[in-house]
Design a protein around this ligand. Structure first.
Ligand code: FES
Length: 390
């Protein structure tokens, strides 16, 4: 498979390693510390970003079969995603039109119709209200106006994207600007879901900042990431507000022994990528196991809830293989929590202490700068303003 853009990124990474440099922004950038702790700022982020942009809420491999569903909370909204008997995926607010109880408890399941847990109204997979329990006694209502509230939803290249605002426009191809092609290239829709883990931490931006640079690998991950990946060497590419971040492995110099036209086929063999879906998803896509981190704000500005989902190219082979995968998922969760999220909790306290008015992102931390530039762009709520460029 020809992947020239991956080969180009590999060339950049090798150049950075050989010349002891990295991708550099034009200047350093300051971000006010209050923006990580202020309740109004946090509310604006929910309304102007999380409620408006496409969110990658589920993987195709989590719910591959007709009737499969996933119920979850996303940025404060209860969401129900389901695949109907023809394979079409839809998303709804997980809220009954009678008296607002959920149709399904959070988690995964499979059913031909949804029955409300409270009084037993039933809904079809397309959200239409099928039956009102004991209708003769309930009274006269128009069933057609009492379906579930549908959310814009699109499935693409192995992922399911949802906008949390009903009737909002959703154009996944335009929003991701070509980044989703990578997932088609690796056949991500046919990978197998391995499971998930949940961790909690500080303000969602404190946690997310940690996914956007490798400047901290030597200090914070000396025994886990640093042995594979040198510190402070990153290559950034922007796709609208989204990013592909390249990291060299220590073995990248072996590319010199491989024909240049083959470098594009060496992802995870000499170099790696973390792919960032603005505002809240980070994906490390390795065939032996991919970690897909979904960061959800709240319930207050000083907290986030992160769902770490895992998928693999090969299905589970046997019980021994399953046990090994469980061990690997626990290990990855523990590294993420113990090495990144614990320091995030301390950072939260530091920000709240008032010690400094601003944080500073260096020229090497271009991914963080880009993220905050896009965050500010959305918070202006003025589409005529110039968009950030990498
Ligand atoms: Fe759902 Fe009453 S709240 S049936």
């Amino acid at each position: 498979m020809d992947r020239p853009e991956i080969g180009l990124a590999a060339e950049k990474l090798l150049d950075y390693v050989e010349n002891d440099t990295t991708f550099m922004a034009d200047k350093v950038m300051s971000v006010p510390t209050w923006s990580y702790v202020d309740a109004d700022q946090w509310g604006a982020e929910m309304e102007l970003i999380f409620k408006r942009v496409p969110l990658m809420l589920a993987l195709t491999c989590e719910m591959p079969n007709p009737g499969d569903y996933k119920a979850m909370e996303a940025a404060g909204s209860p969401v129900l995603i389901n695949r109907d008997k023809t394979g079409v995926v839809r998303a709804f607010l997980n809220v009954c039109s009678h008296r607002a109880a959920p149709l399904a408890a959070d988690g995964h399941g499979n059913c031909a119709r949804f029955t409300c847990i409270y009084h037993g109204w039933t809904y079809a997979q397309d959200g239409k209200l099928l039956a009102i329990a004991d209708r003769a006694k309930f009274g006269d209502v128009d069933k057609h106006g009492l379906g579930l509230c549908e959310l814009p939803c699109e499935e693409k290249n192995g992922m399911i994207f949802v906008c949390l605002t009903p009737n909002a426009p959703l154009d996944v191809d335009a929003y991701y600007g070509g980044l989703l092609k990578d997932y088609a290239d690796v056949g991500f829709k046919d990978w197998t879901f391995m499971g998930s883990r949940v961790i909690e931490g500080a303000n969602w931006k404190i946690a997310f900042d940690g996914y956007l640079e490798g400047y901290h690998f030597a200090s914070l991950h000396p025994e886990t990431i640093f042995p594979r990946t040198p510190s402070n060497v990153m290559h950034y590419e922007g796709f609208g507000p989204n990013m592909r971040i390249g990291f060299p492995q220590r073995s990248i110099v072996k590319l010199r022994d491989i024909p240049r036209e083959e470098w594009g086929q060496h992802e995870n063999d000499g170099f790696d990528f973390v792919r960032i879906f603005f505002p809240n998803v980070s994906i490390f896509l390795a065939p032996e196991i991919a970690q897909i981190a979904q960061l959800f704000p709240g319930p207050t500005p000083d907290k986030n809830r992160t769902v770490l989902m895992y998928a693999r190219k090969e299905p589970i082979r046997d019980e021994e293989d399953r046990a090994a995968v469980e061990t690997m998922m626990n290990f990855l969760r523990d590294v993420t929590y113990n090495e990144d999220y614990v320091v995030g909790l301390s950072i939260q306290k530091g920000l709240e202490s008032g010690a400094h008015d601003d944080l500073v992102f260096g020229r090497n931390e271009r991914g963080n700068q880009y993220f905050h530039e896009w965050l500010n762009w959305y918070l202006q709520d003025d589409p005529t303003m110039p968009r950030p460029v990498m």
